[in-house]
Design a protein around this ligand. Structure first.
Ligand code: WTA
Length: 701
C-alpha cells in the first residue's frame, strides 16, 4: 500500500481538503478465520475474468438448472445474469439447510419490551411457517409474477412473508413500516398489488404503535390512483388479541393467525424460477415525486448478496450475526434476510429503537445472544456514542466483525466504533452502496485490506468504479478532486429496471455518461450512482454524499420533490422548497421553506406543513424547521435556488446571488431564519469543507 500521509490538493471543481487518516489492520485472529484470506481472490475477480468471475458467487447457491450464459448484454443497460438458470430463493434460504441444521436458530427475534421473551425460530420452524403462509397466499389466488405489498415492522412475520412469496415466485414489495399510509398507498398503486399485508401494532420506544390504522389510509390513497385492494391480511403482535383501534372491515380484512389455523402442516413445493424472474421491488426516492420501484432479480441478486455476505460480512454458518437495520430498507432485505439465511447462519432481528430503555440495550442483546458480527448505520452509532459512551465496556460481548452503512461516517465516530464498541478486536467494513445495487459496491475485504476511517475502501470484488467529472473525463486517484462516482461494469446485484418505468432507469443511471446508445458493449455503459466521491492514491474512495436533490436523513433517502409535494398538499401553501441542514446525530435533517398564497394568515401554517409531511411520507421526514418566507430566491427562469436557502439554514456564505431574479429577498430571509435559529439554540458548529461544498451546491443548476 502506498503511503498517502500527504494529502494532494489541487484547484478542483470541488476541491476537497482532507487530512489522510491512518490505516488500521485486522487482527491475526480475525485473518486466521476469515472466508476471504487468500489474496488470489483479487486476481480471480479482476477485470480480465469478468463476467465469469461471478460464477464464484453463483455456485454458493443451489440451482435446479445451471445457466447457459453468465451475462447477456444484448439489450443495454438491461443486463441479464445467469440466463437459462433456475432456482428458488426460499429453497436456498431454508430447505437446503434442513438436512444438516434443522434445529439450528435461523432467526432470533428480540421484542422491544425487555420483559418479553426472545423468540428463536429454527430452520425447521421457519420452513413450517413459510410453507403455511405460502399455502394461504396460494389459496388467495396469488401466483408467479403477481405483486403483493407489505407494510410490516421488525417482526418475524416480515421475513416469513417475504420467503413465502419467494417460494411461489410472487414479487414482494415491502414498504418501510414507519412510512405513512399514504406513502404505502402510492407504492401499492405503482406496483399493482391487490393484497396488503400489515400488522395491528408494534413496539417502538416503549409505545405500542397502531400500524393497522395506516392500512385504511393506504387503501384510500391507492384508490385515488385508481388501484383497488381486495384484501388486507393483518398479523397480530400478540396472536389472538387485536391491538389496533381501527375496526376490521368485514370481507376485506382478515387476521393472519386465524386464517393460518386451517393451514397447519401444509407444504408448498418451491417453484423453480428463472434466474431473471423478479424477486422483489424496493421503492426509493428520486428527483421526481413518483417513487422508483427498484426491481431485483432472483438469481443475480441472491448470488450477489450471498457472495458479499460470505466475503465482506465474513459470515460463517456458526456465527451469530446481528444486522441492526430495518428489513423495510434494502440493507435488511440483503443483509438480514437473503444473504445470511442463504449462508445458513443465525440472523438476529430486534423490534425497537437502539436506546430503549437505555443506551446499553444493544450491548445487553449482544452479550445475551453471543453476537459475533454486528452491523449498523452511522446515525445509530452517533446516537449510542452520545447517550452511552461508556456502555459497551459494561457488557461481556466480543465482536469479530462490524459494519457501517448508509452514510459517510466521521473519522472520530469511526474510532469510537472501533475502540469502544469493537473493543479494538473487531474488523470494520464501511460499505457503500444503494437500494438500486442489491449489495455492496465499495468496501475493504476485511482480512486483506486495511481499514481507513471515513473511507469505504476500493471497489469490492468484481466492481470497477471510476470517478468522472462533468465532461466525462476520469478524475485520477490522488488528485484531491471530487467528481461523480460511477461503476464501469454491470454486476449481478444491480436492479433490472425501474418497475414499469424502463425509460427512467435509462435516464437516471445511464444517460449521463453513455456516449453511444446503440452500443452493445458494456464498456460504453457506466452506471451513474448519483454520489460525489474522491479517490485517494491508495485507491480508497471517500463518499461525499448525493449529487442530486436527495437528502439522506439518518441513512434514509428523501427526495426534495416528495417533501415539497407533501407540503403543497396544504392548500394555503403557494411554494415549497426542501433543503438539508447538517445535524450531528442524524447526519442531515430536512428544513422546509414555504411561501403562502396571498392573504393567508401565517398562524398555524408550520404545524400544517409538518403534519402534511408526516401524513404523506412519515415521521422520519419530519422537518427540523419550517420557515415561512414572503418570497423564495429564484433564478430568472423562475427556479427556486435551493443552494441559497440551504446556505442560510446552515449559516454558510450564500455565495453569488447576482444571477437571481430577486436578490433583494435573500437578506430578509437570512435575518429572519438565523435570528430564529439562534433563539432556538441551533447555532451550528463550523462546517467542514466537504459539508460546505455540499450545502453551497445543493440542487445546483
Ligand atoms: C449513501 C443504503 C457514505 C450514499 C444501503 C448512497 C453512503 C445512499 C454509504 C444510498 C457509505 C450509503 N458511506 N455514504 N458507506 N452507504 N451511502 O439507497 O449517498 O438507502 O447513494 O441504500 O446512501 O442509500 P440507500
Amino acid at each position: 500500500m502506498t503511503d498517502v500521509s500527504e494529502a494532494q490538493v489541487s484547484e478542483a471543481e470541488i476541491a476537497s481538503h482532507w487530512r489522510e487518516e491512518e490505516y488500521y489492520s485486522p487482527s491475526a485472529r480475525f485473518i486466521a478465520q476469515a472466508n476471504g484470506a487468500d489474496p488470489a481472490i483479487f486476481e480471480r475477480f479482476s477485470e480480465k475474468n469478468f463476467p465469469e468471475c461471478f460464477k464464484e458467487y453463483a455456485v454458493l447457491l443451489s440451482w435446479d438448472h445451471y445457466w447457459h450464459t453468465t451475462l447477456d448484454t444484448s439489450n443495454p443497460p438491461f443486463w441479464k445474469w445467469f440466463v437459462g438458470g433456475r432456482l428458488n430463493a426460499s429453497y436456498n434460504c431454508i430447505d437446503r439447510h434442513l438436512a444438516k441444521d434443522r434445529n439450528k436458530a435461523a432467526l432470533i427475534w428480540v421484542p422491544e419490551p425487555e420483559s418479553e421473551v426472545t423468540h428463536v425460530i429454527t430452520y425447521q420452524e421457519l420452513y413450517k411457517r413459510v410453507n403455511e403462509f405460502a399455502a394461504l397466499l396460494q389459496d388467495l389466488g396469488l401466483k408467479q409474477g403477481d405483486r403483493i405489498t407489505f407494510h410490516l415492522p421488525m417482526v418475524p412475520a416480515l421475513p416469513i412473508s417475504m420467503l413465502a412469496c419467494a417460494r411461489l415466485g410472487i414479487i414482494h414489495s415491502e414498504v418501510f413500516g414507519g412510512f405513512s399510509g399514504t406513502a404505502c398507498g402510492d407504492r401499492i398503486a405503482d406496483s399493482g398489488s391487490r393484497i396488503l399485508v400489515t400488522m395491528d401494532a408494534y413496539y417502538r420506544n416503549g409505545d405500542l404503535l397502531d400500524q393497522k390504522a395506516k392500512a385504511d389510509e393506504a387503501l384510500a390513497a391507492a384508490k385515488e390512483l385508481g388501484a383497488e385492494v381486495d384484501r388486507v391480511l393483518v398479523w397480530r403482535r400478540h396472536p389472538g388479541r387485536y391491538s389496533s383501534q381501527t375496526p376490521m372491515v368485514s370481507g376485506r380484512d382478515f387476521f393472519v393467525d386465524e386464517l393460518l389455523a386451517d393451514y397447519r402442516g401444509r407444504v408448498v413445493e418451491p417453484v423453480s424460477m428463472p434466474a431473471e424472474a423478479p424477486l422483489f421491488l424496493m421503492y426509493t426516492s428520486g428527483t421526481t415525486a413518483r417513487p422508483k420501484g427498484c426491481q431485483h432479480s432472483t438469481g443475480g441478486y441472491l448470488a450477489y448478496v450471498t457472495g458479499t455476505s460470505r466475503y465482506y460480512q465474513d459470515i460463517h454458518p456458526e456465527d451469530t450475526y446481528w444486522c441492526f437495520a430495518d428489513i423495510g430498507w434494502i440493507t435488511g432485505h440483503s443483509y438480514i434476510v437473503y444473504g445470511p439465511l442463504s449462508l445458513g447462519t443465525t440472523s438476529v432481528m430486534y423490534e425497537g429503537v437502539p436506546t430503549y430503555p437505555d443506551a446499553g440495550r444493544p450491548w445487553r442483546i449482544a452479550e445475551r445472544l453471543g453476537v459475533t458480527i454486528f452491523h449498523t448505520a452511522p446515525t445509530t452509532i452517533r446516537m449510542l456514542r452520545k447517550l452511552g459512551p461508556d456502555e459497551p465496556k459494561k457488557y461481556n460481548y466480543h465482536f469479530k466483525h462490524m459494519t457501517t452503512v448508509g452514510e459517510p461516517i466521521e473519522p472520530e465516530v469511526w474510532r469510537w466504533y472501533y475502540n469502544v464498541v469493537g473493543k479494538g478486536e473487531a474488523a470494520i467494513v464501511d460499505t457503500w452502496w444503494q437500494t438500486e445495487n442489491g449489495g455492496f459496491l465499495g468496501s475493504t475485504l476485511p482480512a486483506l485490506q486495511a481499514m481507513k476511517p471515513g473511507s469505504c475502501g476500493p471497489g469490492v470484488l468484481g466492481i470497477y468504479p471510476v470517478i468522472y467529472d462533468e465532461e466525462g473525463r476520469a478524475v485520477p486517484a490522488g488528485s484531491g478532486r471530487a467528481g461523480n462516482i460511477c461503476i464501469r461494469n454491470p454486476w449481478p446485484g444491480l436492479m433490472q429496471t425501474v418497475w414499469r418505468q424502463p425509460e427512467r432507469f435509462l435516464d437516471v443511471y445511464y444517460r449521463k455518461y453513455n456516449a453511444d446508445p446503440d452500443s452493445k458493449d458494456w464498456h460504453d455503459w457506466p452506471y451513474f450512482a448519483g454520489d460525489g466521491a474522491l479517490q485517494a492514491e491508495d485507491g480508497y474512495f471517500r463518499i461525499l454524499g448525493r449529487v442530486d436533490d436527495v437528502i439522506n436523513v439518518a441513512g434514509h433517502r428523501l427526495g426534495t420533490k416528495e417533501l415539497e409535494s407533501a407540503a403543497l398538499t396544504v392548500p394555503e401553501i403557494a411554494e415549497a422548497a426542501a433543503v438539508p441542514v447538517i445535524d450531528d446525530i442524524r447526519g442531515r435533517m430536512v428544513e422546509m421553506y414555504v411561501s403562502l398564497k396571498p392573504g393567508i394568515d401565517p398562524d398555524g401554517m408550520e404545524a400544517k406543513v409538518v403534519s402534511a409531511i408526516e401524513t404523506e411520507i412519515g415521521k422520519i421526514a419530519r422537518p427540523k424547521n419550517v420557515w415561512i418566507v414572503p418570497d423564495m430566491p429564484k433564478t430568472r427562469s423562475g427556479k427556486i435556488m435551493r443552494r441559497v436557502i440551504a446556505s442560510v439554514s446552515n449559516f454558510a456564505d450564500v455565495g453569488d446571488t447576482t444571477t437571481l431574479a430577486n436578490p433583494e429577498v435573500v437578506d430578509g430571509i437570512r435575518h429572519h431564519v438565523q435570528a430564529a435559529k439562534v433563539a432556538r439554540g441551533e447555532t451550528p458548529r463550523e462546517l467542514t469543507e466537504t459539508e460546505l461544498a455540499e450545502i453551497q451546491s445543493f440542487g445546483n443548476e
